[in-house]
Design a protein around this ligand. Structure first.
Ligand code: HEM
Length: 284
């Protein structure tokens, strides 16, 4: 099944993966070249696992997990297979985030630094807990076979909203953490004096922001949604017809939307609620 604006999708996909990779290279360069390296010894080198695992797992892997349903090459895979891939990547990202928290708590305890005093730590721990809940609920609702389709459909808008809320909170929390670390860690010269480390890590922050923005753009474009299962099996060649204005508003959506798929009939951007060509209404 053809994808509308395939070239634009491909360009954005290459951009998002490249920006993600460069962010990982930047965070590694930060801790290995500017900071104390990586170790598990209760010292600053153990703390450094915190940003490395967050950028690699909680940001990059989570971003890819959000996008997997959009990849047109996977549309021939079964929905169940895609659910396993989506869930597996999210569980991996959660594991990275959890280990990164162990590293920072361990470091704080070894150095007798109080725990959970900063806004960064409050929002960060909240994001990790909500992410864990999101995964647990997602597994129960979408992978336990006895759950009725109607319940899956009702839960889908919540799943999509909370997934994007958590992802954007993670980006914001990471930017707060980066700023904190630069203020704490740069003494002579200070952050305000713009030493090379400060400029380099500011760029890392910009990359993380751009990565998040690209993920959100791709995932909220209705034209790039995975078509519903009936369409995939019955219309091997037809393309969809969704259009986006400069401001991101969807003007029209035709055949590739998921009008019949209870697990996919929530768009993150509001669709018009008029009947489609077959007279059906969106149930969002
Ligand atoms: C969204 C991703 C992140 C989450 C969920 C997160 C979570 C946390 C948590 C829960 C703490 C408190 C640990 C304790 O009190 O013992 C903490 C501390 C810290 N984090 Fe992060 N963090 C994230 C990203 C980052 C990044 C990318 C950096 C950059 C270096 C960073 C820097 C720090 C620093 C300096 C501390 C110690 C000071 C403080 O407690 O605020 N964090 N983080």
């Amino acid at each position: 099944m053809a994808m509308k604006n395939y070239r634009q999708f491909l360009f954005l996909l290459v951009a998002v993966v490249s920006v993600g990779f460069v962010s990982i290279v930047f965070v590694l360069q930060w801790v290995l070249y500017f900071k104390e390296g990586l170790a598990w010894d209760g010292g600053l080198a153990e703390f450094n696992w915190h940003p490395v695992l967050i950028v690699t797992g909680f940001i990059f892997i989570q971003g890819i997990a959000i996008l997997v349903y959009r990849l047109p090459w996977t549309w021939k895979c079964s929905k169940l297979m895609m659910k396993f891939i989506h869930a597996g990547l999210n569980i991996l990202a959660f594991a990275f985030a959890a280990i990164s928290l162990v590293a920072v708590f361990d470091f704080h305890n070894a150095a007798s630094i109080p725990n959970m005093y900063s806004l960064h730590s409050w929002l960060g721990l909240t994001a990790v807990i909500l992410y864990g809940l999101q995964i647990a609920l997602g597994l129960c609702v979408y992978l336990v076979p006895i759950i009725p389709e109607s319940m899956r459909a009702v839960f889908m808008p919540v799943h999509v909203y909370s997934g994007l809320l958590i992802f954007t909170s993670v980006i914001a929390t990471a930017l707060m953490g980066i700023t904190e670390k630069l203020i704490f860690g740069l003494k002579n010269p200070k952050y305000k004096d713009s030493p090379p480390e400060a400029t380099f890590v500011n760029f890392l922050g910009v990359l993380i922001m751009v990565f998040g923005a690209l993920v959100i753009w791709i995932v909220t474009c209705p034209a790039w949604k995975r078509p519903n299962e009936q369409l995939l099996s019955s219309q091997p060649t037809s393309g969809g017809d969704a259009t986006r204005t400069m401001g991101g508003t969807v003007l029209s959506i035709c055949s590739t939307t998921d009008w019949n798929d209870p697990e996919a009939n929530c768009d993150t951007r509001k669709r018009n609620n008029k009947p489609d060509q077959s007279g059906q209404r969106s149930t969002v």
